[in-house]
Design a protein around this ligand. Structure first.
Ligand SMILES: [Fe+2]
Length: 253
């Protein structure tokens, strides 16, 4: 028997994480098709370049399961241009850093208002780093959100975002709701070798010296975006989520 972690309280189907393979092993009757992000795909954004250059073998960093929706729900997600994805990030260190996602920005949905995103942590712990690049004042704003299972995290328009798994033992599993109408922008974070602020695996934060701007760091708590799991909220009332595609309709971010 393969030991599984049950994540079914977040979705209306049986969702299991295989703790040996650190991949999803069941999602109802949905075919488990995933994309893998490997170390060499994100060589440029690793802080410890000496370590990354010593690596001869490529290996898996995390798994992305796109559109993990039941057949009966496909239409409601598609009609509303919303995707439900699950990401699995097993624990490991990359040189002197914890494993993290590559990080990206979203384009604008309308002039000056970017597409937002929401994350829900289903298992493990996560640190969400949100970064708003300076437009005119030469100050970069960083928001750090520490999350545990059940927490919901809002990525407001204009913020690039990176998820870090700060655990030495636990796999991080999270889902997101996001507009399906755009492609993410990876370029600027890649060019600057990561975010403006980096978390090392000894727990300390350091500034990325590729950035010359002043950095303003804020700590933010996860917030209750909805009082039930995202998937269930979405299929019950997709109208609540219109701001994912029309962010200008939401007044307070
Ligand atoms: Fe995103």
């Amino acid at each position: 028997m393969v030991p599984n972690t049950n994540l079914s309280k977040y979705v209306p189907y049986e969702l299991l994480l295989d703790i040996n393979s650190k991949k999803l092993s069941k999602a109802g009757d949905i075919e488990l098709d995933f994309a893998v992000r490997k170390l060499f795909d994100m060589k440029e954004v690793i802080y410890d370049q000496k370590w990354v250059n010593r690596q001869e073998k490529n290996f898996d960093l995390y798994y992305m399961y796109r559109d993990l929706t039941r057949t009966q729900d496909k239409e409601i997600f598609q009609e509303n241009n919303v995707r439900f994805d699950v990401t699995v990030i097993p624990p490991q260190t990359l040189g002197s850093e914890f494993v993290k996602t590559a990080g990206h920005f979203h384009p604008d949905a309308k002039e000056g208002v970017g597409f937002p995103e929401v994350y829900e942590l289903m298992f493990g712990e996560g640190i969400y780093l949100l970064q708003k690049d300076s437009i005119e004042n030469n100050i970069i704003e960083i928001m750090i959100v520490k999350a545990k299972a059940g927490d919901q995290i809002l990525i407001p328009p204009g913020y690039g975002h990176i998820t870090i798994n700060p655990s030495k033992t636990e796999t991080l599993v999270m889902n997101n709701l996001v507009s399906s109408a755009f492609s993410s922008i990876y370029g600027s974070i890649k060019e600057k070798q990561g975010a403006a602020y980096l978390l090392l695996n000894n727990g300390s934060w350091i500034k990325n010296d590729q950035y010359t701007e002043e950095i303003n760091i804020l700590k933010r708590e996860p917030e209750k975006i909805v009082n039930k799991p995202f998937y269930l909220s979405f299929i019950e009332s997709p109208d609540k989520w219109i701001y994912l595609n029309e962010p200008w309709t939401k007044k307070n971010w």
